[in-house]
Design a protein around this ligand. Sequence first.
Ligand code: SF4
Length: 439
Amino acid sequence: MSATLITLQPRPHDLDPSVDHGIQAIVAGASTAETCNTDLAAGPWDFDARPGYGPGSSMGDVIPTGAPRQGELPAEYRTASEHDLHARIRAAKATLGERVVVLGHFYQREEVVTHADYVGDSFQLANAALEHPDADAIVFCGVHFMAETADLLSRPEQAVILPNLAAGCSMADMASIDEVEECWEQLADVYGDLDAVDADGRVPVIPVTYMNSSAAIKGFVGRHGGIVCTSSNARTVLEWAFARGRRVLFFPDQHLGRNTAKAMGVPLTQMPMWNPRKPLGGSTPAELEESRVILWHGFCSVHRRFSVDQSDKARAEHPGVRVIVHPECPMAVVDAADEAGSTDYIRKAIAAATEPTTFAIGTEINLVQRLAAQYPQHEIFCLDPVVCPCSTMYRIHPGYLAWVLERLVAGEVVNRITVPADVADPARVALERMLAAKP
Ligand code: SF4
């Protein structure tokens, strides 16, 4: 598999891209900015023992029973200063050398990203691991499904480590394997044999899952002739699927599915929602027969915060502003923006701007503030004025990174993420289809 690697860019020192520093200033009364939850200023260990996605998450997000919990972080890491944690991380990395690779997601907090060997989106980072077949350990500073994907793509001997097991993804959790299996059975009641091809050689429905899903869901898709997509290639993948199926079952993110299919000309009336808590997902058999894309009732709590009002306000206050949003945002927000694209698209759009430009960006704030610091010639701000990072990504505090690295120095692997072979094999098939997909 090919890899697109993004190495760290040197950052100017007069701009502080740290969201955490901003939240600490808000809580201390030194900033007039607003945060969605002042508990974000606490160490994640204060709430790791409690089930949930942590402060800043949407009230509507319900964590699944049995979601991984993080054990107590030793006190020496909880009480260490930021300065000491940075020194310990640097020392552990120096000792481990080539034996470890640290990966940091675009949405990860700055205090962790500063120690990453690579920064990128989930798939870029999983591929970055491939560039280091000799590394014993891959420390993935992202969320659970990302570490699973890295495990799928790395050598079996390599240990993929998630520094805080509580770093899940509420969107990925919105499509459980049991719910998806149940949905598939119900669709078979409507469409008949799901493997039967029509005169055009197409089956009734092709399952497509967003990269932001569990390995179990990727495995399901692989077993049923389906495919994985990213926010960068969703259109290509849907074209691949429409060539092989009369319709698509798209999960977990309804917004990426709707925004992509709408841009391809699929009418909204042919995109029913599948709510796993309702019989037939809440649609009639006739609606399902007419459908082209069945959208799973999932969403990202971070991207759902963006609104058309925010976009209007940005335009009123910053004439000439370029509004760019992520396709996980609701359709109305995407329609009101100048452009929509993946994190990689957003990053490249800013990098390509030759004239000083004002950008209002609709994606996670850690990436937005990092871009603002990297490109001081532009004015770059988050479309949402409230400081509200991805609450699960935020669970990876430097204390956890120091802990897992120092355990590696001591010869112990903690927080390893392993995908069982019966899931991994079909999941890899679904990923390989994505890489081979041609419209
Ligand atoms: S930003 Fe949204 S989709 Fe991404 S990890 Fe956070 S909750 Fe999941």
